[in-house]
Design a binder for this molecule. Structure first.
Ligand code: ATP
Length: 871
């Protein structure tokens, strides 16, 4: 409290002194706030002494104005500012203050019932409400100008002084309490932490400290309220004692006694505060309170306070322990619960995985071709506003919008195993097909083929965009690296060999893509459906043993692939490319052998010739592409309808894919579509084709996993079959060669006879005609049929087919009659025919030895097979 505020009413104030003390409004505002907290929200500190204020009363008139406004607002008796000036009606001021006092007492007493001021019933109010109909007080005495009694002034002065002090004391107490609580908390913590390992017993956390402090605050608030009530009662007693007003000296004594007690309490609080801070009672006692009489009281108070605090601390500690044990039990319950949940969630996960596995097994058992659809993003230069793909669902559905149609027909939903939107990355695509690819290492044949219109992103998915950028690596590269790396991790258990072939079908010719000398040899396809042999055995088979090998191979393959510009794609693939990874694995302990193969097919894009505006070579390529794709469509339709005849042999593509489409392979079709509105026709036909493919059931996929012996035998069979196939082909070639050489020999033989005479046996009835020199040749030709002919010098003797009486005739041979359909007879006597005969003999012996070696190989195999219990 500053000096101005401390300046107060003298002991026996004159009217002038009274006015001067109150005229700045500061005291009045404080008193009103005490009686009715918050009535004057803003009290301006007095800036001058009361004597200065009296000289210039307007200086602090803000407080006075606020006070009068608040008093009027509360409908209490008020006065005018001019009443505070010299010559003003000070009685009104006094009246106002007495009214305030009366109202205060009434309120302190509970505020129930009626409140009287000056003997007149003024108001009836509920306990918490202000009087709402306060009329003017009875002012007879005031108006008569009768002098105020001294005792009345005294009471007023004391009331004002006490109220003011109480307000100051309260704010001091609040500050001290705040400080005390802060320090107390700290002390408690220090004591707690130093006294016997409490950090282990006591779970210190913000919540505990908060709870503890709020309890203390509550207790002290209660104490404070009771102090306030005590003061109120005390004032009431001294100001309005039933046995008449107390004397001035009694009142002052009682008040000073009370203030003493308050001060003691205050000092005790201060001391305990200091005690807590410093821990030295004596020093503080001496410094704070020098009066020896008070020291005992204060020490006593402090002791009691400390005892209380100790008790409180012990109770708190017990309570905390209790809570601690509750919490421990709770935590244990929660731990159990969490463990139960963990178990439940892991078994849920297991069930989900099992479901997924079962679902895949069902698919595998049915031999369903899986269909994944990928939507190409809109490319720079294409309109971003219109995309034919309206919605891509999580569950494998895709909604296509056809702006050329209206109403219901403009939208169509397709459903596949998975649909990847335009933002799906290369890595995500691979992750989704990885399990399928990895099954190659367990001996499965897997085929993944990319299908779609030209420019829809097939090559992007399969080959990737740029081999130097990891994010854009395609399925081919990722798959080989993956297989190769997994095979490395299993090398302690299984010995794997991974090899790669890369071919393309360009204009119905199979070409090797892994050649480095630029050769373009045509390769043959072998139909080896029973085992996982090489379908194109003559194509380069390159073993890979490092990621770098894979990278180099893919680079060579991509370089050799034939590409060209079309209206839809600057670098359109003009061929179907097939990358085949062969995996051969042998379990080191059991000797079991796996043979898996992975066919990664990037089909050439289907295109509408009218739209693609191609000509010349491009047109020819497009025709071949479309023809082979339509052959693929025919195979798919036949498979879907479970036809007995599947037209695999109609194209090289279907021949190569035969094992994957109709065998026991796991097959995945990656359908690609472009979002361009221009391509809506192709998009719809692609998706419809994919739906048809999805309906095919091929039967369960089988793993090529055998124990060593059986697999070796099977391999032998396969090799022999291959050899047999080759030999059959050789026999065919030999036959063709023989036929042409026979023709040649016949012509040689016939030319050798021209101009000579031959003796032939003919039916008698003909002999006469034949004997005629004019028409010998045509009938002779008819009867040249056997191979039992014998020849003499310049004469050839033939047996006649029909069993008739024969006669010999000698006929001359003319040039135009030398054609013969019969096998060539031996002409031993003719010198210039001996070479022909030798050729013939050597061909025959070759054929015989070929047949013999094949038969003996087959015999060996069948013996081996008989030995094996498997057959
Ligand atoms: N997912 C994708 N993200 C970014 N660009 C892509 C994507 N798919 C395709 N493209 C781009 O689209 C263009 C055509 O793609 P791509 O050559 O792979 O099509 P395609 O179906 O193989 O065509 P074609 O059948 O004519 O060979 C290329 O420029 C390619 O980079």
């Amino acid at each position: 409290m500053d000096q101005v505020a401390m300046e107060f009413l003298p002991k026996d104030p004159s009217e002038e002194e009274f006015r001067r003390a109150l005229c700045n409004g500061f005291i009045l505002c404080n008193v009103l706030n005490k009686v009715n907290p918050g009535a004057v929200p803003k009290v301006v500190k007095a800036s001058m002494t009361s004597s200065e204020a009296a000289e210039s009363p307007n200086q602090d008139s803000e407080n006075m104005r606020n006070f009068l406004a608040a008093v009027k607002d509360k409908q209490l008796l008020a006065f005018e500012t001019s009443d505070m000036e010299k010559g003003g009606s000070i009685n009104k001021v006094v009246d106002c203050i007495l009214c305030l006092k009366g109202y205060h007492e009434w309120k302190k007493a509970g505020g129930v019932g009626v409140w009287r001021y000056g003997g007149t019933v003024k108001i009836t109010s509920s306990p918490n409400e202000l009087p709402n109909a306060l009329t003017a007080t009875e002012r007879a005495a005031d108006e008569s100008g009768e002098e105020l009694e001294l005792s009345k002034y005294e009471q007023l002065r004391e009331f004002i002084q006490l109220s003011n002090e109480a307000s100051i004391e309260e704010s001091k107490t609040t500050n001290a309490l705040t400080f005390l609580f802060d320090r107390f908390g700290l002390w408690l913590l220090q004591a707690y932490l130093t006294d016997g390992n409490m950090d282990e017993e006591f779970p210190l956390n913000a919540m505990v400290i908060d709870a503890f402090l709020s309890k203390i605050v509550n207790d002290f608030s209660t104490l404070l309220v009771s102090q306030g009530i005590k003061l109120g009662l005390f004032l009431k007693k001294i100001l309005k004692a039933d046995d008449g007003p107390v004397s001035k000296s009694d009142f002052i004594e009682a008040t000073s006694d009370y203030i003493d007690k308050r001060n003691n309490l205050q000092a005790a609080t201060g001391i305990s505060k200091a005690y807590i801070c410093i821990g030295n009672n004596e020093v503080v006692l001496n410094s704070v309170c020098r009066s020896p009489g008070r020291v005992e009281i204060l020490t006593d108070l402090i002791q009691r306070h400390i005892e209380d605090l100790k008790l409180f601390f012990r109770e708190t500690r017990l309570e905390v322990r209790k809570f601690h044990s509750y919490w421990e039990a709770d935590i244990k319950r929660l731990e159990h619960h969490v463990r139960d949940l963990e178990v439940a969630s892991s078994s849920y996960l297991k069930i989900l995985q099992e479901n997924q596995m079962l679902f895949n097994e069902v698919l595998d058992l049915k031999g369903k071709i899986r269909i994944y659809c990928r939507v190409r993003p809109i490319l720079p230069g294409e309109s971003k506003d219109q995309s034919t793909v309206d919605y891509v669902g999580e569950n494998g559905s895709i909604l296509i919008v056809n702006s050329l149609r209206k109403g219901k027909d403009s939208k169509k939903v397709f459903s596949f195993d998975k649909v990847f939107g335009p933002t799906v990355s290369q890595e995500q695509i691979y992750t989704n097909i990885q399990p399928l690819i990895r099954s190659v290492l367990d001996g499965y044949n897997v085929c993944i083929f990319a299908y779609g219109q030209t420019g829809s992103g097939k090559t992007y998915t399969m080959s990737g965009y740029d081999l130097n950028t990891k994010e854009t690596w395609g399925v081919n590269f990722r798959a080989i690296c993956d297989l190769f790396q997994i095979s490395k991790t299993r090398e302690d258990v299984i010995e794997y060999k991974v090899g790669v072939q890369m071919i393309e079908i360009y204009n119905e010719q199979v070409r090797d893509l892994l050649v480095i000398d630029g050769s373009t040899k045509r390769l043959d396809i072998y139909n080896n459906t029973q085992l996982n042999g090489l379908t194109v055995p003559d194509a380069s088979w390159v073993p890979v043993s490092s990621t770098q090998d894979v990278l180099d191979l893919i680079r060579i393959g991509q370089k050799n692939r034939i590409v060209g510009p079309t209206a839809f794609n600057e670098r359109s693939s003009r061929s179907h490319s097939i990358l085949t990874v062969h995996v051969h694995g042998k379990e080191l302990v059991s000797g079991t052998i796996f043979k898996g193969s992975l066919n990664l097919v990037d089909l050439a894009g289907s295109e509408r010739m009218d739209k693609s505006k191609v000509q010349g070579d491009r047109l020819k390529e497009a025709q071949y592409i479309n023809r082979s794709l339509s052959a693929l469509g025919d195979v798919i339709s036949a498979l879907a309808q479970k036809s007995t005849h599947i037209p695999y042999r109609n194209s090289k593509l279907t021949q190569i894919l035969q094992n994957s489409l109709g065998g026991h392979a796991k097959t995945l079709m990656l359908v690609h579509i472009s979002p361009e509105p221009d391509a809506i026709g192709e998009t719809l036909s692609t998706l419809k084709f994919a739906e048809r493919v999805a309906s095919i059931e091929l039967g369960a996929a089988r793993s090529n996993k055998e124990t060593g012996d059986i697999l070796e035998l099977k391999e032998e069979i396969t090799n022999l079959k291959l050899a047999l196939e080759k030999k059959e082909a050789e026999v065919e070639q030999f036959k063709a060669r023989t036929a042409s050489s026979a023709k040649l020999r016949r012509s040689k033989f016939s030319s050798a006879l021209i101009g000579k005479e031959i003796s032939v046996k003919v039916p008698e009835e003909r002999a006469s005609r034949l004997g005629k020199p004019q028409s010998p040749t045509p009938p002779v030709r008819r009867y040249l049929s056997g191979d039992k002919g014998a020849s003499t010098r310049n004469k050839v003797k033939f047996d006649v087919v029909e069993n008739q009486p024969m006669s010999k005739v000698v006929v001359p041979v003319k040039a135009h009659g030398t054609r013969s359909l019969a096998p060539v007879p031996e002409i031993t006597s003719t010198d210039n025919n001996s070479g022909v005969q030798a050729d013939h003999k050597s061909d025959e012996s070759k054929l015989n030895s070929l047949m013999h070696s094949t038969a003996s190989s087959l015999g060996k195999v069948s013996q081996n097979l008989k030995k094996s219990s498997f057959f």
